[in-house]
Every structure is written in C-alpha cells, then in structure tokens.
Design a protein around this ligand. Structure first.
Ligand code: UT7
Length: 339
C-alpha cells in the first residue's frame, strides 16, 4: 500500500440536512413545453420530476435550511461553527453566498466562502473542509452543496433541460481522533483539456467605456452540454477513480454498505454498480424525484437515506462526483451520525 500522510485528527460526519424547493415540475409538464415525453426521459435518465426554485426561495434560503437541519442533528451550538463552505456554481451573489448563509444562521464565529467545481463541488468541498479539521486548525465545519441550475438551463433545449433541478444538502463535520476518521480516503481529478463538453460560458458582449476602451458586460449564456461525451466520460472515469481509492485502502467492494454517486443519470449509476458487482439495493438514487441538482445531489441523497434509516451509524459509503471542468472525484466515507 502507498504511504499515506499522517493526520493529527480524523473527521467525523455527525449531521446531515437538506432542503428542496416547493415547486415540482413533472416530465409531462415539461413535455408541454418541449418535444419530449415522460417515457423518453424515464427510460434514458430515470428522472420523473425535478424541483425549481420560485420567487420565495433562493440558494441562500435553501442552503440555510439544509445547514440548520445538519447543525441540529449534530447537536451543535451555532456559534461553535468554524467554517461554512458552500459548494455551488450558482450563488445568489457572484461574490459568494456562504456569508449570507452565515448571517441567516447567526453563525457569527465562522469563516465562510464558496467553492466552485460544478457537480463535483460537494466532494471537493468535503475534502477541502476536512483538511482544516485534520490539521487542528478548525474543529467544526459545515459543508453545503446547493445549486439553482434552473436559472441557466435553456428550457427550450430538450437535450439538456430534462436533466436538471434545484436543491440543497449539508453535512456537519467535526474533528475527532484519527482512529475514528470518517473520511477514509479520497482522490480528486481535473481535466480542463476536455472542459468544452459542459459549460456555462459568459456572454461575450463588450460595450464602449471611453474612446478606444471597451468593457465586458456581465452575464452568462445557457448551459451548453454534449450529453453523449459527458456520459462516456462518467462511465469511464468514475469506475477508475473509485477502484483506485478502494484499492489504495484495501477495501473490497462487497464491504461497502452504499454506493452514493452524483445523481446525473440512472444508467450511469447502474453501469458503475455493475462494474463493482454492487447489488441494486445498495445503490442510492433519488433521480426520479429531483433529477440532477449539481453540487446538491450527494448531500441531498445522503440526508434522505439518513432520515429514512437506510444509512446507519458506522455504514461505509463509496461516493463519486463528476461533471463540468471536467472534474471528478471519489471518497470513501463512514457515516457516524450524532453522538
Ligand atoms: O452532471 C453531469 C451533467 N450531465 C450529464 O449527466 C449528461 C450525461 N448524458 C446523458 O445523461 C445522456 O447523454 C442524455 C440523457 C443527455 C441523452 O441520452 P442519450 O441516450 O445519450 O441520447 P442521445 O443524445 O444519443 O439522443 C438520442 C435521440 C436523438 O434523436 P435522433 O437523433 O436519434 O433522432 C435526440 O434528438 O434522442 C433525442 N432526444 C430526445 N428525445 C426526446 C434527445 N433529448 C431528448 C428528449 N426527449 N428530452
């Protein structure tokens, strides 16, 4: 086994929470807008409906709700939180929304920032937050994954609009002894050379500011996606990176309690599970209700399975996130839950 860095502290996953928008958009409703059908969407993706943020909700409000639920499960005092890390590509404020969550929660002693890594954002944030805890620099961290892709989807493009929805999920992480570490292993990867198959580019519009000086007008286009390329990327890279982490930590796939992948397409989930001979009942999926909520899928799914009792204290979970960047990663985690 390769030499692993020694950690001063372990990281315990002690609370989870989630929040979804109140508006639900079914496949049939979408079929009234674009040339698609419930049967096409279900067969090709496993998605039955998705949630859409309306006028009374926002990334900040959903994230705060999810975060508060995680804090309550963990039994924390809000003032004891050292870090609030928001994984999102769609903040309410381009300068970041983590501080707005801090203010809404009243978590006045936390340092807060956003992290953007598209659909891999939650996994990247989990690993980032863990580094502060491992070194002893911090004791308690809230990691939130939230996205509102409904803002940036072209609702007239049937090749992409059927996939996405909005939501938020959160995890409460606490420094613990190295022996009780709940982040057993991870691997993160990026490949900007293949980045052009999934983008949310700027509007390339320039206005005259003064004689001979132009400035760019802010704004973004719609999501641009080559679905087939993203699909091929996911079914190739996710098994490879999961296998790498499992092998490094000498864990056989049959020791896993759950497979918790980024919820992008049921066919991707099935393909990865098949590669490791993981039975369907160990594969967590809520695609039929929420579709792809980007950085929110993993904590949203995790919280749902904690709440309904599927995930139990001590369960071993293999997780993988993947998406724009391109970015992808895998983590082996052990759910502890509240003390
Ligand atoms: O977080 C990562 C985010 N991105 C992803 O996860 C995307 C991964 N890719 C996918 O999930 C799949 O590629 C899609 C679901 C996007 C598309 O499924 P596919 O099986 O790869 O379909 P396709 O693009 O090969 O299209 C097959 C046919 C085409 O018609 P023709 O050319 O064969 O006549 C499409 O025009 O299906 C048509 N089509 C649709 N038909 C009805 C594409 N979208 C739709 C639709 N409804 N919504």
């Amino acid at each position: 086994m390769a030499e692993l860095p020694q950690n001063l502290f372990g990281v315990a996953l002690v609370g989870s929470g989630s929040a979804i928008p109140s508006q639900s958009l079914t496949n049939d409703q979408l079929g009234q807008r674009v040339d698609t059908s419930d049967s096409w969407i279900r067969t090709r993706t496993g998605i039955g409906a998705r949630r859409v943020i309306g006028p009374d909700e926002s990334i900040t409000s959903l994230s705060s709700k999810a975060a508060l639920a995680a804090v309550e499960m963990a039994g924390w005092n809000l003032e004891s939180i050292d870090l609030i890390l928001l994984a999102t590509s769609t903040p309410d404020d381009l300068f970041g929304s983590a501080t707005a969550i801090q203010a809404e929660l009243g978590a006045k002693n936390s340092v807060c920032f956003d992290l953007t890594a598209a659909c891999s954002g939650f996994l990247f944030s989990l690993v980032t937050a863990a580094q502060f805890l491992r070194t002893g620099a911090m004791k308690r961290a809230l990691v939130i994954g939230a996205d509102q892709l409904s803002r940036w989807v072209d609702w007239d493009d049937r090749r992409s609009c059927v996939l996405f929805g909005d939501g938020a999920g959160a995890l409460a992480l606490e420094a613990t002894s190295p022996e009780s570490d709940g982040l057993i292993g991870f691997k993160l990867k990026s490949d900007g050379f293949r980045g052009n198959c999934l983008n949310l580019p700027q509007v390339g519009k320039y206005l005259s500011l003064a004689s001979g000086i132009n400035h760019q007008q802010g704004g973004f286009e719609f999501i641009q996606m080559n679905g087939q390329e993203v699909y091929k990327f996911a079914v190739r890279e996710v098994p490879l990176i999961l296998a790498e982490v499992l092998e490094l930590h000498e864990i056989h796939p049959d020791k896993l309690d759950w497979l918790l992948l980024h919820q992008a397409n049921q066919r991707i989930l099935d393909s990865v599970a098949e590669r490791f001979s993981i039975p369907n009942e160990k594969v967590l999926s809520n695609l039929s209700s929420y579709g792809n909520t980007s950085a929110a899928t993993i904590p949203l799914m995790l919280d749902e399975a904690v709440q309904d009792g599927r995930i139990q204290s001590g369960n071993l979970i293999a997780s993988s996130g993947f998406g724009a960047g391109l970015s992808w990663g895998a983590a082996l985690i052990r759910w502890q839950g509240p003390a």
